[in-house]
Design a protein around this ligand. Structure first.
Ligand code: FBP
Length: 545
């Protein structure tokens, strides 16, 4: 495989480990835990894995294990650092017994069910250290939730003599990891299941998990691009750039990029929902800022838009909920595609029809026609950045006719998501991920199951990081999914009373009016620590650093 010079230099990087993981460890156990909500129901669902203590690893006696084979799965969307979780896990199990083997299941959880796997040997691992991507074994979105899948899984785990499985995924995948851990514990199959917190979206975090891996690198990559656009914007002074950012539903990525780049406008879906804003109010908010800058002769600017915005506008959320119901009926299935928009108009309530009719034709069509495999509206396909800029242009034209606006408005559109998901991990993610993987091996060695690997205190130098495990049931509550109450890990949305949002809210009016862009530049892997080792602004503000 031909390699770039950076790849070659980066392969030699030795990720840092917390001091506690640098030698033999013992598990210091806390008090029994409770789930974050619906304690009785969660306890009933997880009789074997509920209530276990939080664990912290501290210095202990040297441990030698008999050979202990481990399996690993990458689940869901790519996030920078996945390869380092795997290399940390590999190094961790080898320090406990060099004869232990690591098996990777190919293309996500489906690889376990379909018995599609490969052994990850030292040569293979070395090719992937400190690289972005999940290509070492691939990833997939198959949900592990049926008993038949668990039973297919145990067949191959037994065949390969695998005693522990590490599932690297987001909130849903870790929920499924917990269900699998409970099932194998109840059946006394002798297989441990450990989770690792992954997702660029940053929405798998709570009291115990500081951040999900990949968020740091992805946001730094997008911030570099946004900074570059801002320089261009401030040089040409003729465009408004509408930039949509990934993060399926929560706005953490958009907010973090705003903190790093100080754009003129950043929308935060959670605030739009809390203020019950209509689409027209969102458009008026942007158009007002555009008009104000135009008064000073500044016909340019940047607008950050979180991917999930549209679903957080209460009126549209209600419309989507009814569309999902209406389009799931037997009658809907018999309707020709060309008739579908009329069918929708006939079938929905008057209130939702008014909202539907107010949308630009192509958005209404997208909502009525395109569904995902579960039958849901594919909100992420809606080009919100184009929708908003068109509606802003229309509003400004109307204001111009009324003599209320005197500027020029021309827009450019961008969507950043895939550009950052496989970037080479920043030092933060390289160290954090390696530590998460290495730490998972210690949870396994200590006989734990139904735990998530956690590393805390990550705004401090890596040596001071705290390593341990949290029972996954502790993060769960009951939520309604597909018409049923289900135990799930609570998703973390942007907290409007949290420090990151408060900092943003205190500065945004100034950023909107003046041009106070910050240009973060590309991620640096070599150089002064204040350039290379900064955690995200979100994390620093959350931890008051
Ligand atoms: P995960 O939650 O699985 O980590 O995925 C995150 C994400 O990148 C979202 O930001 C985005 O909406 C989605 O995946 C895109 O999914 P896909 O890769 O299937 O297009």
């Amino acid at each position: 495989m031909e390699k770039s010079f950076l790849q070659i230099a980066r392969a030699a990087y030795q990720p840092k480990l917390p001091k506690a993981l640098q030698g033999p460890v013992k598990a210091k156990e806390g008090a029994p835990t409770q789930s974050v909500g619906n304690q009785e129901e969660i306890k009933a669902e997880f009789p074997n894995t509920y209530g276990m203590p939080v664990i912290e690893f501290v210095e202990g006696e040297a441990q030698q294990l008999p050979p202990y084979n481990v399996g690993v799965i990458l689940s869901g969307g790519q996030a920078p650092g996945g390869h380092n979780v795997i290399s940390g896990l590999f190094d961790g199990i080898k320090t406990l017994n060099p004869d232990s083997k690591l098996y990777g299941f190919i293309l996500g959880p489906g690889g376990l069910v379909d018995h599609n796997y490969m052994e990850l040997t030292a040569d293979i691992i070395d090719e992937y250290r400190n690289t972005g991507g999940f290509d070492i074994i691939g990833s997939g979105r198959t949900k592990l939730e049926e008993i038949e899948q668990f039973e297919k899984g145990i067949e191959i785990l037994r065949k390969l003599d695998i005693k522990a499985l590490v599932i690297i995924g987001g909130d849903d995948s870790n929920t499924n990891a917990c269900v699998l851990a409970e099932y194998y514990a109840a059946k006394k199959y002798g297989v441990q299941v450990i989770g690792c917190p992954k997702t660029i979206d940053g929405d798998l975090k709570n009291e115990q998990i500081e951040t999900s891996f990949g968020f740091d690198t992805a946001c730094k990559t997008y911030s570099e691009l946004i900074g570059n656009i801002q320089r261009d914007c401030n040089s040409a002074r003729k465009y408004w750039h509408f930039i949509k950012l990934m993060g399926r539903s929560a706005s953490h990525i958009a907010l973090e990029c705003a903190l790093q780049c100080q754009p003129n406008i950043c929308l935060v879906s959670e605030e739009v929902e809390q203020k019950a804003m209509s689409l027209d109010e969102v458009v008026t908010y942007i158009a007002t800022a555009v008009a104000k800058r135009a008064e000073q002769g500044n016909n340019f600017g940047t607008v950050l838009i979180p991917e999930g915005l549209i679903e957080f506008i209460p009126a549209i959320k209600k419309l989507i909920a009814e569309l999902n119901d209406v389009l799931a009926t037997d009658e809907a299935k018999t309707v020709e595609r060309s008739e579908q928009i009329d069918f929708v108009r006939r079938s929905i309530s008057a209130e939702n029809l008014a909202v539907f009719n107010s949308l630009p034709a192509e958005v209404a069509a997208q909502l009525a026609l395109d569904r995902d495999p579960h039958g849901n509206v594919q909100v992420s396909l809606i080009e919100t950045e184009k929708l908003l800029s068109k509606m802003v242009a229309d509003k400004l034209a109307a204001w111009k006719a009324e003599g209320k606006y005197v500027g020029k408005f021309a827009a450019q559109h961008h969507f950043f998501g895939y550009e950052g998901r496989c970037a080479a991990p920043s030092n933060y993610d390289a160290d954090y991920c390696y530590s998460l993987g290495f730490n998972a091996s210690r949870l396994i060695a200590n006989g734990k199951t139904g735990y998530m690997s956690i590393i805390k205190n990550t705004t401090a130098p890596a040596a001071e990081w705290i390593a341990g495990g949290v029972p996954i049931t502790m993060m769960m509550n009951m939520e309604r999914r597909n018409g049923k109450n289900k135990p799930v890990i609570r998703k973390a949305l942007v907290e409007l009373d949290g420090a990151p949002f408060r900092y943003f809210a205190a500065h945004r009016d100034e950023w909107a009016e003046k041009t106070e862009y910050v240009y973060p530049g590309p991620i640096q892997y070599f150089g002064p620590t204040e350039v290379c080792d900064q955690p995200t602004c979100t994390l620093k503000l959350e931890q008051n650093k």
